[in-house]
Design a binder for this molecule. Sequence first.
Ligand SMILES: CC(C)(COP(=O)(O)OP(=O)(O)OC[C@H]1O[C@@H](n2cnc3c(N)ncnc32)[C@H](O)[C@@H]1OP(=O)(O)O)[C@@H](O)C(=O)NCCC(=O)NCCS
Length: 150
Amino acid sequence: MNTRPMRVEDVDAVLVIERLSFPLPWSRESFIREIREIDNSRLLVVTEDEEAGADLMGYACWWEVVDECHITNFAVAPAHRRKGVADVLLGRILEDAKGRGLLRATLEVRLGNAAAIALYEKWGFTAAAMRRRYYPDNSEDALVMWKEKI
Ligand SMILES: CC(C)(COP(=O)(O)OP(=O)(O)OC[C@H]1O[C@@H](n2cnc3c(N)ncnc32)[C@H](O)[C@@H]1OP(=O)(O)O)[C@@H](O)C(=O)NCCC(=O)NCCS
């Protein structure tokens, strides 16, 4: 597997995965704004190999906020799940964040998203707080997780 920064040309493939993965998907404009305009936004994709046009298996977005890494979006294509793609992506985010001198990492996850919670726990994130009825589509609670030392 290969990781590299997300480009505007990736957004069509990213949107397919995004819409299959989330009830409230980000829009095309949101991804393009993150790539082009938000200075502290980092976006990564995982592809099968380094060839141009290689199948896009997953992606993630995170923000550098002072000395913290805030993971804002994270998904793997349904056809590529349970093959270690998320492990590669999260490992790469934390490596990049550490390389930039960041100290801690955080994210929000739906309380019912057992797969994602298991992933983050595997990588040392722990539940720190709950945001009640956070998601407007079904009023699901959000679990706020932190990894205290990257
Ligand atoms: C959560 C998600 C990113 C996991 O991606 P993945 O590539 O399938 O995960 P991996 O194969 O790399 O698995 C890594 C770890 O995640 C956990 N995990 C992944 N899928 C799981 C599942 N269905 N059930 C339980 N644990 C799971 C396990 O701890 C696993 O480690 P293990 O293989 O040693 O048991 C993927 O299911 C997804 O994209 N879901 C929809 C979008 C989403 O929920 N994103 C997170 C938003 S906060």
